[in-house]
Design a protein around this ligand. Structure first.
Ligand code: FES
Length: 166
């Protein structure tokens, strides 16, 4: 019962802590908690795959059954596509500059789903897992894959320097 009659200050003194020391401890804890929370924030797309932030250089839908997006080729993320042989992975797709012609195909190898690469020298799409090869029209060039890639229409706007994939 005597414990209940102790003031907070008296109680802290029995612990050997001054109230200032305890406050400092709390503050450090609060800052640390805030930092941890900030670092654990995962960027999310509020539109479930529908991106509308033009600062990213991309608008539209990049995944799923209704792929239809436009990329700004001036944006740093996509500007390398001006170079023959370069490619980027965007959502479920792979977009490449295949000898001056923009192509877009599904990025996943039809064998077991590995993300493909575009090979400049061969002018084809290649899987690093089991070495399947695909032509730029999506058809299989070399097994073990047997099914063609899905292809998408690409529309280049030279005035705006954008590329629409649909
Ligand atoms: S996953 Fe591409 S060849 Fe096997």
């Amino acid at each position: 019962m005597e414990m209940n009659k102790q003031s907070r200050g008296q109680f802290l003194k029995t612990l050997g802590l001054s109230s200032k020391a305890l406050m400092a401890f709390y503050c450090i804890g609060a800052v640390s908690a805030c930092s941890t929370e900030e670092n654990s924030v995962t960027p999310t797309n509020p539109n479930n795959g529908n991106t509308s932030n033009t600062s990213t250089g991309l608008t539209g839908t990049t995944t799923g059954a209704s792929i239809d997006y436009t990329i700004d080729l001036k944006n740093a993320s996509y500007s390398k596509l001006a170079t023959v042989g370069e490619f980027v992975i965007i959502g479920d797709t792979l977009v490449a500059n295949a000898n001056g012609i923009y192509i877009a195909v599904s990025k996943a190898c039809t064998h077991q789903g590995t993300t493909l690469s575009f090979r400049k020298a061969e002018g084809d799409l290649w899987c690093s897992s089991h070495r399947s090869e695909f032509k730029t029209d999506g058809t299989v060039k070399k097994a073990p894959a047997t099914d063609a890639l899905k292809t998408f229409k690409t529309t280049f706007d030279g005035t705006a320097n954008t590329l629409k994939v649909s």
